[in-house]
Ligand binder design. Structure first.
Ligand code: HEC
Length: 181
């Protein structure tokens, strides 16, 4: 009786299904029509490459600290607007560690929290002597205890560099204030 056969077939389907194994399913001839067909297998054809000269949207090339230091110069023109944008970014991403003036006395620095490393101070001669590319690279890569801020877009990193230079050029360098503490 055909209804019995249908029932039996359904039972088979269920048991095969319960086995949950792809290979077993393929052993049922009825399913093999799906399995054996002319189709392109995964990775059978080389993945399409972007055309020559294509520019990735929303991402920029990554440079490690050393490469950034030696290869990059600030492409963003300096000026009040650039410094202002840098200031906003600094307040969002850097101030909690490096502090309002850049001296390294942010709110998360202190006993039981972030140790007050001398390199947190962005106003030292050492930090003043860092290249623009190095500071850009610090944001892109982090170093030691400083995490990476790769999520800050490349241009915004350059605005931050302008703002750090502004802090470093401030008329009353806060290095003395820190030393007096
Ligand atoms: C979570 C805390 C933290 C935040 C947030 C942070 N930094 Fe740092 N930063 C550090 C620490 C700690 C060091 C010292 C790391 C070391 O000595 O290896 C440092 C070092 C640096 C240095 C190198 C100073 C030197 O003398 O070598 C620069 C430049 C710098 N940070 C820039 C930034 C900028 C710009 C931002 C915001 C995008 C930022 N940092 C956000 C913790 C932070």
């Amino acid at each position: 009786m055909s209804s019995m056969r249908t029932l039996g077939f359904l039972a088979l389907l269920v048991s095969v299904g319960m086995a949950g194994c792809d290979d077993q399913v393929k052993r049922v001839p009825w399913f093999q029509t799906m399995n054996r067909q002319s189709s392109v297998e995964t990775y059978e054809v080389a993945a399409m490459r972007p055309p020559d000269g294509a520019v990735p949207l929303g991402s920029a090339r990554h440079y490690d600290l050393l490469a950034a230091d030696t290869m990059l110069t600030n492409p963003v023109a300096a000026g009040t607007d650039a410094v202002e944008r840098g200031r906003i970014l600094y307040t969002q991403f850097c101030v909690m560690c490096h502090g309002d003036t850049g001296v390294g006395d942010g709110t998360v620095v202190g006993p039981g929290r972030l140790p007050p490393l001398p390199t947190l101070n962005l106003l030292t001669d050492r930090a003043i002597g860092l290249s623009d590319g190095y500071i850009w690279g610090m944001i892109a890569n982090g170093r030691g205890v400083m995490p990476t801020y790769r999520r800050i877009p490349s241009d915004d990193r350059w605005y931050l560099v302008h703002y750090i230079r502004e802090l470093q050029n401030a008329p009353t360098p806060s290095v003395d204030a820190a030393a007096a503490e």
